[in-house]
Write a protein that binds this ligand. Structure first.
Ligand SMILES: Nc1ncnc2c1ncn2[C@@H]1O[C@H](COP(=O)(O)OP(=O)(O)OP(=O)(O)O)[C@@H](O)[C@H]1O
Ligand SMILES: [Mg+2]
Length: 230
């Protein structure tokens, strides 16, 4: 079942075409990676889905019914479409627990459950500013999880993480997947992507270059030429 249906999307910044005639679906139950070189339009795609950037044409439909390009970013978030940004933006002066509370978790047992999921159960009192980079990324994922999102979008969740932290993030994503959730991951770490993703879409200059399994993307001549071989 399709969660997000992107059809004929075009995004421009002035004369620059950031996304051109892009169509793809994000299905419930899958982990769908969006990969490609710097500037390919990956973050821009997430910005359009979350209502932060408006396309010049095309449609983004949630559950075959709601046209997201007509909704505000707040309404889209309320509809269960949530995202972790490329740069972590946790509140440094607040504790882990307070950050989770701001994420929308009023309930103490939900805070505990989420803290366990992200490996920070014994760090609830700790100021977020003192966490490692990896822990900050997980806290940010936890803040997004608070809303129990149906569509979860993670922009570069393992950038700057150690190998051990990257492994733990892969395990976390495996735990978060489920039949009622669609997960979108933008990432440059190809081994991580191969481990977590059912399907990858390779973007290049705002267009789809490849769609399929990561193992097949690694063998694709065009993908190697513009991205993997560099
Ligand atoms: N608000 C904006 N105004 C003008 N140009 C923009 C804006 N946002 C993005 N761009 C341009 O659009 C292109 C796509 O940017 P985007 O951030 O989507 O790339 P990306 O695939 O996420 O790259 P990276 O892997 O480096 O994060 C880039 O050339 C970028 O400079
Ligand atoms: Mg980006």
């Amino acid at each position: 079942m399709i969660a997000i249906d992107v059809a004929g999307l075009n995004v421009r910044f002035g004369a620059f075409r950031a996304i051109t005639d892009l169509s793809l679906t994000i299905d419930y139950g899958e982990v769908h990676a969006i990969i490609g070189p710097n500037g390919a339009g990956k973050t821009t795609l997430l910005d359009v889905i979350s209502g932060l950037t408006r396309p010049v044409s095309g449609r983004v439909t949630l559950d075959g019914a709601r046209e997201l390009t007509r909704l505000s970013d707040t309404a889209i978030a309320r509809a269960g479409v949530r995202r972790k940004f490329q740069k972590p933006s946790v509140f440094m002066a607040l504790s882990v627990g307070e950050n989770l509370e701001i994420g929308g978790l009023g309930d103490a047992s939900l805070i505990d459950e989420t803290a366990r999921l992200i490996g920070l159960a014994d760090q609830l009192q700790r100021p977020a500013g003192t966490l490692s980079h990896g822990q900050k990324q997980w806290l940010e994922i936890g803040m997004v999880l608070a809303a129990r999102p149906r569509v979860l979008m993670l922009d570069e969740p393992v950038a700057g993480l150690t190998d051990g932290e990257t492994d733990l993030t892969a395990e976390l994503i495996a735990t978060l997947r489920g039949p009622d959730r669609a997960i979108v991951v933008v990432e440059h770490d190809m081994d991580f992507v191969e481990r977590i993703a059912d399907r990858v879409t390779v973007l290049h200059e705002g267009r789809t270059l490849f769609e399929g399994a990561m193992a097949d993307a690694r063998q694709d001549r065009q993908v190697i030429d513009v991205y993997l071989g560099r």
